[in-house]
Design a protein around this ligand. Sequence first.
Ligand code: MN
Length: 285
Amino acid sequence: MRICRFNDDSLGLVLGDTVADVSSVLAGAGTVPAWPMPAGDWLIKNLESLKAPVREAAKSARRFPVDEVIFRSPVANPTKIIAAPVNYLAHQSEVNADKAVNFGTQVKTIESAGLFLKANSSLVGASEGVRLRRDDRRHDHEGELVVIIGKRGRDIAEADALDHVAAYAVGLDMTARGPEERSLRKSLDTYSVVGPWLTTPDEVADPDDLDLTLCVNGEVRQRTNTSRMIFGTRRLIAYASSFYTLYPGDILFTGTPDGVARVNPGDEMFVKIESVGAMTVKVLP
Ligand code: MN
């Protein structure tokens, strides 16, 4: 099942090359909480019980062509965006070989660097585009598999980790290069792109065996399989939950492979992950 938020916060079910507007199920739900909102994303928390009404509503819903809708971030209100730093060995090698990327520090892998957080205000959907700031910096693409947490949990065992997944999505962990902490350089407005939709786990046989490709202006820059991650999806969830309580809608960027490189205004990024989806994201002029 592929669920999206599109245009003016409409709820969509993606069916082939069309998006069915199933927003009516939200009006029928009638339980969207008022202030103070409980932690976590209401839609993701209730996703399981909304699936049947969404399927039913889609039968008579108005449909839009996929390439004519504006995809917003499919998660509206995460409590946090967690990200894995160097989680592919080939990416560690390229970072440590390039001063324009490492700024004189030898970069460690996730095993000693742990995780970091990106600001929620950096979150956008695929159609919203990335707007570069700080002209004095190099800005890079990082294509990544994204995990959306479905239910609250802490100290989650690796064996149970996938039970906590609501969906997968395609992600871009945009990065300004420089000597500062990652959370500063990766939290600029629009620097966390998630989309184009949520793909539920029944469509993804194994999150740790997915081909990932990123192209810029049609040229392949990153290509890997998620089996090459140092911490696989289960271990990432377990590890994150040993530090933070995870809430419905929390977003986990799983790390990028080698091939990171600069983007410029006007570029068009295309990221595709097997079984999950593909999104085109513009670098705004
Ligand atoms: Mn990254």
